[in-house]
Write a protein that binds this ligand. Structure first.
Ligand code: AR6
Length: 522
């Protein structure tokens, strides 16, 4: 009622749909021109298990260039003729596997043999610090290096079919097994991927994230040590003979067509606010279990996970390291694009954030699997705009971009769970949390999906969002009407010059909650 403004119309968390609550019928696993499957689907569908799909190497600009490709060659100053890079790599990795003991210097020496251009440039200080820590903890890290090397050597056996690149402007997906991912990541650990060490403009992969781990190994710091604990724990599990990795993971690039991004659609949208749960307690990954969990992404997926970044996206990638393989094949996202990952396994728990991030302990993931043997965990990577100056976001071109980005991710394809999100774009990217909350609420309304919004201890935002949402619901405000309110709000912010009018206050004045208030404004 209007006289009790504090009454929240928000729902309970249990009211929202999770993957396990919906009745989605998944057909048999199928490949198509838009869906590359790296395992043999006939064997899989016939309950014969997971075996790699045979295929042949494609050394072209549309596919991942694999280190074991015969086309990958090494030119070095010491030998006049070119050598096959994989023979150098395998010789080095086999040597590690056969050595009695292996330390960080041996790993460094091996890596530099097939990356001679970077001698004197790459450092392995952080890796060495990790080895010192592991020695104190009595972890046999040398043995672990050997197991990772042995896993990396399996590449020609495990990944025979070409891996297409998920390129800009093309909706497409890749399904591969957890074993294949572990093998690709073991190669990333040993920095074997060709043509991926330079990101300068015009280089072949300048529009792709880095994948070789060399930056993770440089510059000792608490951050790097904690990151390496998470990554090395992942390798410890995946190289353990007693553990069977028997799932698949799908990476899907989605693109919103131009017909969907037009601002007129937002202006005319008659949808009203959908269900909302708001809490300052909890995190997207823990309390949002079973929902579509938003990754506050960088347009280069994973952001600084392999360097020094350590906020929401990087942490997500560290506790679910299979996400890191997306960097191998996902081109930088454009404004109308997102990536949905289904099936990754969580390997670790953590505490803290940024400098206080700590790897805590192993995690036994209880998440069930779907018909394609994928964990029932869905992660949506959407990259917000990075505002160097806060005022730049109060502009309808920017607002429309964010609306379309969120809608691209939220738009459902059939029956899908609700969405778990929070202060998307409001940390490293400097966004206004009230504006971003309204944008996500509008995108969810247009997509007809409910939202669970975790404010990450921000009680002021929790309270303000509950009130504003309740008001919008009571007034029956549509997405189109809220869009028009945002147009006026941006104009007022720009005119003020100080940009300190709060959006929730503004909405309250424009949608007075009682007759008394409306009269007082007249
Ligand atoms: N659950 C809910 N909320 C969270 C969680 C969580 N697990 N973790 C953090 N928050 P930020 P951005 C809140 O800065 O601004 C990365 O480098 C917390 O209040 O990670 O979109 C990417 O690769 C935090 O301040 O996201 C991009 O380059 C806020 O969410 C860039 O950062 C925003 O988290 C994206 O930055």
């Amino acid at each position: 009622c209007d006289s009790c403004p504090d009454l929240t119309l928000c729902c309970f968390l249990e009211d929202l749909k999770t993957i396990t609550k919906i009745k989605r019928i998944l057909g048999p696993l199928e490949f198509s021109s838009r869906h590359a499957v790296l395992i043999d689907v006939f064997t899989f569908n016939g309950a014969g298990g997971i075996v790699p799909q045979p295929g042949r190497d494609k050394w072209s600009s549309n596919y991942v260039k694999l280190p074991c490709s015969p086309s990958s060659v090494l030119y070095s100053n010491s030998t006049p003729k070119q050598e096959m890079r994989w023979s150098v790599i395998s010789k080095q990795l086999k040597r590690l596997v056969e050595k009695k003991t292996v330390n960080a210097e041996d790993v460094e020496k091996a890596i530099m043999k097939y990356n001679p251009k970077y001698r004197g440039q790459w450092s392995f200080d952080a890796l060495k610090e990790f080895v010192e820590w592991a020695a104190r903890m009595k972890i046999n890290v040398g043995g672990l290096f050997q197991k990772i090397a042995a896993l990396a050597l399996k590449l020609p056996e495990y990944v025979m079919k070409d891996i297409p690149l998920l390129q800009r402007g093309k909706a497409a997906s890749i399904t591969l097994s957890q074993v294949q991912i572990s093998c690709l990541l073991a190669n990333a650990f040993f920095c074997t991927f060709p043509h991926r060490n330079t990101t300068i403009s015009k280089s072949e992969y300048h529009n792709y994230p880095t994948i070789n781990f060399n930056r993770l190994f440089e510059d000792r710091s608490v951050r790097k040590l904690e990151k390496l604990k998470a990554i090395m724990h992942y390798f410890q599990v995946v190289t353990d003979d007693k553990i069977q990795l028997d799932g698949l993971v799908t990476f899907e690039r989605r693109c919103l067509p131009d017909t969907d991004t037009n601002v007129q659609i937002w202006k005319r949208c008659k949808e009203k606010m959908n269900m909302l749960y708001v809490s300052s307690y909890g995190t997207i990954e823990d309390e949002g279990i079973g929902m579509l969990q938003v990754d506050f992404a960088n347009s280069l997926l994973g952001g600084g996970v392999l360097s020094s970044g350590l906020v929401q996206e990087e942490i997500l990638f560290l506790v679910n390291p299979e996400l890191i393989v997306s960097r191998l094949f996902t081109e930088k996202l454009q404004d109308n694009e997102c990536v949905v990952v289904t099936g990754v396994q969580q390997f670790s728990t953590y505490s803290g954030f940024g400098d206080s991030f700590r790897w805590e302990r192993p995690y036994q993931d209880p998440t069930g699997r779907d018909r394609w043997a994928r964990r029932q965990r869905q992660i949506l990577a959407i990259d917000a705009l990075n505002f160097d100056h806060k005022w730049k976001q109060y502009n309808m071109r920017m607002v429309a971009r964010e609306l379309n980005k969120a809608y691209c991710g939220f738009k459902s394809q059939g029956e899908e769970p609700d969405i778990a999100t929070g202060k998307w774009g409001c940390g490293a990217f400097n966004g206004d949390s009230q504006l971003k909350a309204m944008i996500q609420l509008m995108a969810a309304a247009r997509a007809r999906r409910g939202l669970a919004f975790f404010t990450f201890s921000d009680e002021v935002l929790e309270h303000g969002l509950k009130q504003t949402y309740s008001l919008l619901r009571k007034k029956g405000t549509t997405v189109g009407e809220l869009f028009e309110l945002l147009v006026d709000y941006c104009a007022i912010q720009q005119a003020s010059g100080t940009f300190n009018v709060e959006l929730f206050d503004y909405i309250r004045t424009r949608l007075p909650s009682s007759d008394k208030l409306s009269k007082s404004l007249l």
